[in-house]
Design a protein around this ligand. Structure first.
Ligand SMILES: *[C@@H]1O[C@H](CO)[C@@H](O)[C@H](O)[C@H]1NC(C)=O
Length: 152
């Protein structure tokens, strides 16, 4: 079992790992959105003023089960954050996510995807950090797509 501190450490290491690989890998796909997230996360005063909790699907829930509905959940929760704070970096994040959501390729997913409210509630910092990891994952997935197969 992991204590909260250990989980935080793992999250920090993951973030470091992803920001290091992201330098080389980030495509145009969600790079702007990741930069906005990084900006918000790097400002402790932005974060401290946020006292709500937000439904936060995990990376596993995003990759394994329901990519479209979990992403849509994130978009809706960021909209909630906008109404809580009205701060411009968060507004910008919401606009970028809405855009990303509408241009993302439709993916097949089960009809049995859980509703947004069934995911665990987390403080904004955990929510935004997880979202950042998901966007970086999205980026990598786009770039690792095969370049075209021979017979169609
Ligand atoms: C995200 O995109 C999906 C698929 O186009 C759509 O059904 C959903 O309503 C969108 N979510 C938001 C929050 O805009």
């Amino acid at each position: 079992m992991l204590s909260g501190q250990k989980t935080d450490l793992i999250l920090a290491v993951l973030l470091l790992f992803f920001s290091a690989t992201n330098m080389k890998r980030a495509g145009p796909y969600s790079r702007e959105t990741i930069l906005t997230l990084k900006y918000i996360l790097d400002k402790p005063q932005e974060m401290e003023s946020l006292e709500c909790s937000l439904y936060t699907p995990t990376l596993d829930e995003y990759t394994q089960k329901c990519p479209m509905s979990t992403f849509s959940c994130y978009v809706n929760e960021v909209k909630v954050l906008v109404s809580e704070t009205g701060r411009s970096p968060i507004k910008r994040l919401a606009e970028q996510l809405i855009q990303l959501n509408s241009t993302s390729k439709q993916q097949k997913e089960s009809d049995a995807c859980p509703c947004c409210e069934s995911y665990s509630e987390q403080p904004p910092k955990v929510f935004l950090s997880t979202l950042r990891i998901i966007l970086e994952k999205k980026n990598t997935a786009v770039q690792q797509k095969p370049r075209g197969t021979r017979n169609g």
